[in-house]
Design a protein around this ligand. Structure first.
Ligand code: GRF
Length: 193
């Protein structure tokens, strides 16, 4: 993608569930000086709670069930091209996009992952972090490649793990920083800082 030229970037956010990151991205995208505009919210789950945020802000939603990945991704690409989407932000999207999809989309795809990558890729990060008695955890925004949670890191923030930390308290702590982190990371990425 070329360097940010002052025009807001047409963005699609992909979710599967709660959508608290989507909520904060929507809040940011409404600001006058926001660098991106959320045009579409995509979900593989018609019951995703986060879809309510798209509805409240009159953002188009598109549900694609991923039962057949190949067909679903083809439909998805069609939608993304139709709406001229130049950036995808994955925010709690529980599917892995195929290499073919990444190749065909051609624009950047960002993801937010609740650990200090490259440590703790994949699922159940908080549980594993606590089991391993880590002192810190955090969240990472990175570029998506065909390898899980492995693309270039855009921005990372850490949190301290307390002595009595539980999975749910760590999750809450990290979610809180994620909401700001994702917006900051997109800004940094688009400005090519
Ligand atoms: C976040 O912790 C994000 O890092 C991970 O999934 C969670 C999504 O939360 N990929 P929400 O749906 O945005 O509330």
């Amino acid at each position: 993608m070329e360097k940010f030229d002052g025009k807001k970037i047409n963005t699609a956010v992909f979710i599967s569930g709660r959508g608290s990151n989507l909520k904060s991205l929507i809040k940011y995208n409404k600001k006058k000086n926001s660098l991106f505009k959320i045009i579409l919210v995509i979900s593989d789950n018609p019951k995703a709670k986060g879809l309510v945020y798209a509805k409240r802000s009159n953002i188009k939603k598109y549900i694609v069930n991923f039962k057949n990945k190949n067909i679903s991704e083809k439909k998805l690409l069609k939608k993304l091209f139709y709406y001229n989407i130049n950036l995808i932000c994955l925010a709690g999207f529980m599917r892995i996009l195929s290499g073919n999809f990444l190749k065909k989309f051609k624009h950047p795809i960002l993801n937010i992952h609740p650990s200090l990558l490259p440590k703790y890729k994949g699922l159940n990060t908080h549980r594993r972090v606590i089991q391993n008695n880590e002192k810190y955890s955090g969240s990472t925004v990175h570029l998506v490649t065909s390898k899980l949670d492995s693309g270039k890191i855009i921005l990372q923030k850490r949190v301290k793990i307390s002595k009595y930390e539980k999975e749910n308290t760590l999750e809450k702590k990290i979610l809180k920083i994620e909401h700001r982190l994702y917006c900051m990371a997109i800004k940094k990425f688009l400005l090519n800082l």
